[in-house]
Each structure stands twice: as structure tokens, then as C-alpha cells.
Design a protein around this ligand. Structure first.
Ligand code: APR
Ligand code: PHB
Length: 398
């Protein structure tokens, strides 16, 4: 039976980044991915990185193109009730965020792993984890019609929300928390210049809309849509028309429409599993938690998990001590719940939940309070740029 120190399931950003960091510290690992490399590299996801994520990517030696091509944003706009209000992240927190697509992060990581000769297997089928309660668990999988078994010290479940790692754990051993929202996001990617040089989150009576970007020539836009919407019902022209209706008039006038190069509908969900560790199995990233996309916390949370697991594994292999591994779940969960709260709240003030007049007035009152109070704005801004990787302010990580 083949052997490695850490078996990593999934080659999304979590699995690739963990593999890269472990490799830089001489810890042997194998990554098993169900899809092909092209499929993984083609997925379009969010595009806002907190500084802590940027720092970790630099530490992983994959920061070069990111630092060259990222767009640093020190503010964004909130539009509501025919007003546009700029949130000055820099003035409120001293910080900023980096706009750089997750697709590019994945490509950079993939290139680095392949160049380093990583043990990275694509199109691995029927992956299963055997005996993660034991000291040396094994991972079984099939590849090109043959079955293989890999013995390891630890398994990192980096296989996303639909993966097998979380599902391998008996339901009685974990607690899940979930909220499904009554709407989705219809997203479009197009090679047109962004309508505004900063991101815009727009609360509108027709539903939420947002303007984002991937570069100065590639734009990403979203519309809140019903859960039963079909993509076929949204030819490009209808998307652009509806977007204009939901944006401030000056932005709508500046909007450059063009053919979409990607269009998709995603449901919105909040989800957390507790704990994140089961014997020698550790859940990382989307396998353990999902946030709704407003605020773009998904990838940043995944990076924070990876950082703590990588540090814990380095400690274990350098010194034999397991103190950090033992605290992995608890340390991750503190930050996860803070990001869950922020993403849920930011969704709640920007989206249309119902036609209920009272609820709409409460939302408007909240937006008016927020934009009129430096205390409230600072709270929004410090969450948006990212809480410290160790946990929320004032909360000791010891
Ligand atoms: N066996 C092997 N690989 C699997 C399996 C399986 N049974 N199931 C899923 N995978 C792979 C998927 O194909 C995918 O490539 O695991 C990977 C999981 O990647 P992501 O879903 O991207 O999750 P993660 O790496 O945790 O990324 C964090 O940040 O912005 C958010 O949700 C966004 O993907 C993003 C996340
Ligand atoms: C994106 O660019 O895809 C994006 C940006 C900010 C968000 C969500 C998505 O809050």
C-alpha cells in the first residue's frame, strides 16, 4: 500500500494551498481530486481577498502574479433609496481588500504545485476514508479503472460542500447549522470595463444587484433572482436591462454591456458543521462551512482554516506535539462564526426578502443608521476587510 503523511481530498483552493504550504515545510502529501485539471481551473467564483489571505498566498510562494495584477480597493459603495454611499475602508480601518479572482488564485496554486512535482491526482473516483479513528487511516480511490489504497497519518477533507469527507462522519458525531435563503444570485462575466472603479452593492425594490470586476477590462455582475429561475430565461439583453433598473442612475448610464462569457445561478446558504476534527480527519473550507456570497468571505475563511491546519501539522511533525491539532477545530470555529454572522447580516440588509412593508422599513432604517454612524460603519468596514486571522478583536486566541 502506498504511504504519505497527509492525504488531501480535493484540489480546490483549500486543498491546493494546504498541499503547497506543507510541501514548503517538507511534509509529504498527496492530493486526490475527482474532476479534471481543466474543470477545476475553469470554475468561476468570488474575487475579493482579505489582506490575511494575500499574506498567506505570499508565504506559500504564489503571490507574484497576485501582487502584480490585483486591484487594491480601499472603499466600496452601498446604494439604497436612490442614494449611493461610499464606505471608506481605508479611513475607517486603515486597511483595504484586493480584487483578484479565485479562478486566478487556483491557477497560480495549480501551476506552483505542478512545477514542484506534487503528487496531485485528477479524476480520482470513489474516494473513501477508512478508519479515521485509527492512528494510520487509509484513503481508497479508483483511477482509470483500478482501485488504490493510500495509508497516511492525517486526512484533510478539502472536498467542498458536496464532498465525501464530511459525509464519512456518523451524523451523531456532528452538529450542523443551516439557513437556506429564499433567493439565489444570477451572475454574469463579460469582457467589458467595470461600470464603476469600486464594487457596488445595491439594495433595490426589484431585488439586490451588485457590480464587481476581475480586472479593468473584465466585469462581474450579479442579480438577486428567484430559486426557480432558469438560465434560458436570462438572455444577455434581459440581464443588462434588469441590472440597469437596479443600479443608481449614474452607474446605469455608465454601464457598458457586452456578450457574457459565463452565466450561472447559485443558491444562497449559510452552513456550519461542528466540530471540524474527527480522529485523524480534519475538515477544511467549504467542506465545513458555507456563507452567502455577499461580503465574499468564502475563500478567505477557507484560507484561515488552511493556515491553522498547516501550522498545527508543522508543529506535530517538528516536535511531536499535538497541542495545535487539538485546538484546530475550536480556533477555526471562532472565526467561522464571526464570518457567518457578518455574511448573514450583510445579506439581510442588502437583499429583498419579501413584500412585507414593515420588514422593508426596518431594512431602510438599518441602512440609514449604518451610513450615519461612524461606529456602525467601522463595524461593517472591519468585518469587510477581514477580522484578524486569529479571531475577532478583543478575543484572545490562547
Ligand atoms: N473526491 C475528490 N475530490 C472531490 C470530491 C470527492 N468525492 N468531492 C469534491 N471534490 C473536489 C471538487 O471537485 C473541488 O475541486 O473538491 C474540491 C473542493 O473545492 P471547493 O468547492 O472550491 O472548496 P474549497 O477548496 O474549500 O474552496 C473554498 O471559497 O469562495 C469560496 O465557495 C468558494 O470554492 C470556494 C471556497
Ligand atoms: C465577485 O467579484 O464575484 C464578488 C465580489 C464581492 C462579493 C461577492 C462576489 O461580495
Amino acid at each position: 500500500m502506498a504511504r504519505t503523511q497527509v492525504a488531501i481530498i480535493g484540489a480546490g483552493p483549500s486543498g491546493l494551498l494546504l498541499s503547497q504550504l506543507l510541501d514548503l515545510h517538507g511534509i509529504d502529501n498527496v492530493v486526490l481530486e475527482r474532476q479534471s485539471r481543466d474543470y477545476v481551473e475553469g470554475r468561476i467564483r468570488a474575487g475579493v481577498l482579505e489582506q490575511g489571505t494575500v499574506d498567506l498566498l505570499i508565504e506559500a510562494n504564489v503571490g507574484e502574479r497576485l501582487l502584480r495584477e490585483r486591484l487594491v480597493h480601499d472603499g466600496f459603495a452601498l446604494a439604497f433609496a436612490d442614494r449611493t454611499f461610499r464606505i471608506d475602508l481605508k479611513a475607517l480601518t486603515g486597511g483595504a481588500v484586493s480584487v483578484y479572482g479565485q479562478t486566478e488564485v487556483t491557477k497560480d496554486l495549480m501551476e506552483a504545485r505542478v512545477a514542484a512535482g506534487a503528487k496531485l491526482l485528477f479524476e480520482a473516483g470513489d474516494v473513501s476514508i477508512e478508519g479515521f479513528e485509527r492512528d494510520h487511516p487509509a484513503v481508497r480511490y479508483t483511477h482509470e479503472g483500478r482501485t488504490y489504497e493510500l495509508s497516511c497519518d492525517f486526512v484533510a477533507g478539502c472536498d467542498g460542500y458536496h464532498g465525501i469527507a464530511r459525509r464519512s462522519v456518523p451524523a451523531a458525531a456532528m452538529q450542523t447549522y443551516e439557513r437556506v435563503y429564499p433567493f439565489g444570485w444570477l451572475g454574469i462575466l463579460a469582457d467589458v470595463p467595470p461600470a464603476s472603479h469600486e464594487l457596488i452593492y445595491s439594495n433595490h425594490a426589484r431585488g439586490f444587484a451588485m457590480c464587481s470586476m476581475r480586472s479593468l477590462t473584465r466585469s462581474r455582475y450579479y442579480l438577486q433572482c428567484g430559486l426557480d429561475e432558469k438560465l434560458e430565461a436570462w438572455p444577455d439583453a434581459r440581464f443588462w436591462d434588469e441590472l440597469r433598473l437596479r443600479l443608481p442612475a449614474d452607474v446605469a448610464a455608465a454601464l457598458v454591456a457586452g456578450p457574457s462569457i459565463e452565466k450561472s445561478i447559485a443558491p444562497l446558504r449559510s452552513f456550519v458543521v461542528e466540530p471540524l476534527r474527527f480522529g485523524q480527519l480534519f475538515l477544511v473550507g467549504d467542506a465545513a462551512h458555507i456563507v452567502p456570497p455577499a461580503g465574499a468571505k468564502g475563500l478567505n475563511l477557507a484560507a484561515a482554516d488552511v493556515r491553522l491546519l498547516f501550522q498545527a501539522l508543522v508543529e506535530r511533525y517538528r516536535t511531536g506535539r499535538t497541542a495545535l491539532l487539538d485546538r484546530y477545530s475550536e480556533r477555526c470555529l471562532r472565526r467561522i462564526w464571526m464570518a457567518e454572522r457578518f455574511s448573514w447580516w450583510f445579506t439581510s440588509i442588502t437583499h429583498k426578502f419579501s413584500d412585507d412593508a414593515f420588514a422593508q422599513r426596518m431594512q431602510l432604517a438599518e441602512l440609514e443608521y449604518l451610513t450615519g454612524s461612524t461606529a456602525a460603519l467601522t463595524s461593517l468596514a472591519e468585518n469587510y476587510v477581514g477580522l484578524p486571522f486569529e479571531g475577532p478583536p478583543g478575543m484572545s486566541s490562547s
